[in-house]
Write a protein that binds this ligand. Structure first.
Ligand code: PSV
Ligand code: MN
Length: 387
């Protein structure tokens, strides 16, 4: 039997990367509600992210989105982050918000638009060179709405060309991760709709190109843990964008909609070597807090990841293996469910205290006065959002 005492040291390896945009305002196409205290600047987003790390010890890096987080001096921004106690992480390129990209970016039929999209990604690599970031993450909104609208085959070739040009500019210690999504904003076809397409492209590029798996980007009912197992087996799982959903790409807090699915995914992450000091899978969040306060939303999210990782690490893999060898289907399932049903909350509270962290990070944050302070201080200016 594996006990909590057995997994304490391994839990210390957990590092979740938080997205800068989770601290800004977001919403649906119906309404974006502002929240008092929302950051106006990239620095304020970083200060909030660092606060999440201070209270949880779980979120040492922050992903940026360009141009949402564009600043004049990224070296200075990296120093500012360091002063706050965090580091800058993945750089997300953005080729989905400009007029030119209406009919696609890297897959646009117009070579000038394709070049513009390539140039934007090269500019993102320049940013990485200054921030010391390892990963360039590419997600494309590219696709078509109507059969016949585009040459879906030619678009794959343009995509391969563009990615190769971008990949060639990465230094030896930098990586590219290509995120897939089955639909939205395009509704008929999407140019990178699934892990197989992403895998085909990254494999063709070279060893430093990987797939990014956003948990909200699959058809309902998809067995995501199988994809995780397969990509780890192939050595091509670069990163996660964690979030949860009830319907489509809801971007709700990870572990909120289906904690059991998160558990099943994390079991495969551990099983496949995607977790631990030598693993290089970036465990990122990609979420929006449309109606809840953002910092508590992020605290809850990283705690959910920690809780499910603890349960995944508690899985008695030796007993499970024996049950499997014996063909004991019910026992194997029981062992699996035992780990999932283990309530680790008290143990985690003690584990945190032993490491100088608040036993209950959420309550500690709410009692700290930080929220009241930012709500009082951040008056005027333009609150950050998706622009
Ligand atoms: C697209 O839906 C996506 O998942 C990509 O990762 C974008 O960069 C991100 O959402 C913006 O939140
Ligand atoms: Mn994503």
């Amino acid at each position: 039997m594996t006990t909590f005492a057995d997994i304490g040291d391994r839990l210390a390896d957990l590092a979740v990367e938080v997205p800068s945009w989770a601290y800004g305002n977001s919403g649906t196409r119906f309404k974006v509600f502002g929240t008092p205290g929302t950051p106006r600047t990239v620095e304020e987003k970083l200060a909030d992210a660092a606060t999440v790390h201070r209270f949880t010890g779980l979120a040492p890096t922050v992903a940026l989105h360009i141009p949402w987080d564009l600043v004049d001096d990224f070296k200075a921004l990296a120093r500012y982050a360091e002063d706050q106690g965090v580091a800058l992480g993945t750089i997300n390129s953005n080729t989905f918000q400009e007029e030119e990209y209406k009919l696609g970016s890297l897959t646009n039929a117009d070579p000038k638009v394709r070049q513009r999209a390539v140039d934007h990604n090269l500019a993102c690599i320049d940013v990485m060179n200054q921030t010391g970031s390892r990963d360039l993450k590419i997600w494309l909104a590219d696709g078509t709405n109507y059969p016949g609208q585009g040459d879906i085959r030619a678009r794959q070739d343009w995509l391969a060309e563009g990615l190769a040009t971008i990949y060639a500019q990465l230094s030896d210690d930098q990586r590219m991760v290509l995120e897939y999504k089955f639909f939205e904003p395009a509704f008929y076809h999407t140019d990178v709709p699934d892990w197989g397409t992403s895998y085909a492209h990254v494999s063709a590029l070279g060893e430093r190109a990987f797939v990014c798996l956003d948990t909200g980007h699959h058809a309902p009912g998809t067995n995501i843990e199988f994809i995780v197992a397969q990509l780890l087996r192939l050595g091509r799982l670069g990163s996660f964008d964690f979030n949860s959903r009830f319907y489509a790409d809801d971007d709700l807090m990870v572990g909120a909609a289906d904690p059991f699915q998160l558990f099943r995914i994390l079991v495969e992450v551990v099983r496949g070597g995607g977790y631990g000091p030598d693993a290089d899978v970036a465990l990122m969040l990609d979420q929006c807090h449309n109606i809840e306060k953002k910092i508590p939303g992020q605290i809850r999210s990283v705690l959910n990841v920690q809780e499910m990782f603890a349960r995944a690490l508690l899985l008695d893999t030796a007993a499970l293996e024996t049950a499997r060898q014996d063909g004991d289907v019910l026992l194997a399932n029981e062992i699996f469910m035992d780990a999932f049903y283990t309530d680790v909350r008290r143990d985690l509270a003690g584990w945190r205290e032993a490491r100088g962290l608040p036993a209950d990070p959420m309550r500690a944050y709410l009692a700290s006065g930080y929220q009241e302070q930012i709500e009082a201080d951040r008056v005027g200016g333009t609150q950050a959002g998706w622009s």
